[in-house]
Ligand binder design. Structure first.
Ligand SMILES: [Zn+2]
Length: 137
């Protein structure tokens, strides 16, 4: 009994070691991956309720595509790019969640400017290039 337990522990250790060796230099998981996987799972569940076979097939293919995308992001070695994608995704989520502010891009230098929401038509001065532009908030 003890030798089987020890054998199993050694196997688990070797598996963990080979997995960590395999994942070395690869990106791994992040919030964008979790969102992609959830969307894929949702589409897969939605496809089970669809009666039309063509819609069902499209949803299944789309859900598989999303899941393959998430796996390829996890195994990617281009970590800088994956990090940038995740950063942009989190930025977008934060902007959608933020109910007190509006976000605009400066037409001259593309700097993002945050202004309070619900102030009507206001003149915005870019903090970087001092370009003035009018937006409705
Ligand atoms: Zn600017």
């Amino acid at each position: 009994m003890n030798s089987i337990g020890s054998w199993f522990r050694q196997l688990a250790f070797r598996l963990r070691l080979s997995l960590s060796h395999f994942m070395a230099g690869r990106y791994g998981n992040d919030k964008l991956n979790i969102a992609i996987l959830c969307a894929g799972l949702f589409l897969s569940l939605l496809s089970t309720w669809m009666k039309k076979p063509i819609v069902n097939l499209l949803l299944v293919l789309l859900s598989y595509g999303l899941m393959i995308w998430a796996i390829s992001r996890t195994l990617s070695r281009n970590t800088y790019r994956r990090y940038q994608e995740n950063r942009r995704f989190l930025q977008l989520i934060n902007r959608v969640k933020d109910r007190h502010n509006c976000y605009f891009d400066c037409p001259k230098c593309r700097q993002t400017v945050r202004v309070p929401r619900g102030k009507g038509k206001i003149s915005i001065t870019c903090p970087r290039c001092h370009e003035r532009f009018v937006k409705k908030t």
